[in-house]
Design a binder for this molecule. Sequence first.
Ligand code: GLU
Length: 281
Amino acid sequence: MTVVTRFAPSPTGQLHLGHAYSAWVGWHAAQAAGGRFLLRLEDTDLGRCRSEFERGILDDLAWLGLTWETPVRRQSEHFSDYRAALDRLDAAGLLYPCFCTRKDIQSAASAPHGPDGPIYPGTCRGLSEVDRRSRVAAGLTNALRLDVAAASRLAGPLAWHDRAAGRQTAQPEVFGDVVIARKGTPTSYHLSVTVDDHLQGVTLVTRGVDLFQATHVHRLLQALLGYEPPGYHHHRLLVDETGRRLAKRDQARALCSLRDQGLSPGEVWKLAGVPEGQGPG
Ligand code: GLU
């Protein structure tokens, strides 16, 4: 089987050394197996994504010497694919509208915490059809959430495999009832990443260990949508001298700043922790 990997940044800021490392993990896994490496721009959050960041991503990766297959998949051009998957989940009775604001969820006193903060307490799960209609009529907007308990019952026990951590029993309930479609958008991170990895034939998802827990949810969505699960490799994250993971706000480690300081691609690969001789070129 041909190995197909991808790097899937969101154009919401400049790439830093951590992104270079992450892109390299995917690129190198494909190279080592004589496979294919894809690039995908995860730009469904139209309010936060900017075309200048998108240009920056393409420039930085090309400057580093990486090559990828074209065309680049831009998620904002594929809302109909996500809508189709959303409709299937909805037809199976697994979604419900949620009218809560972020503040409502934060202030729900008993909310236990998950990997991303407070777990949604299920406030809107039991709303009657009449209540739902009256909220919509009152002009409230809603997200769509997955009824994870019902979905897990339907899917049965699931597992997935991580190259570094081995076999994992799926625990899709770790985030509670996740948002599958954000307010005003027919998708969310979880849905579009699952649909795209399937549609693009990705066989090995490489990404930072910060997204490890999200894979439990993706595995459930794959089962519900009848997709073959890919393999996974969640890699370590780069940290600064204080041990904090690099973030888009860390200007000093932005690839474009390093370029402006006159560093060569080889020097940048070295700073990113890529073993000598294993970068491109
Ligand atoms: N777009 C996500 C990010 O920039 C990564 C998605 C993924 O690799 O699954 O954090």
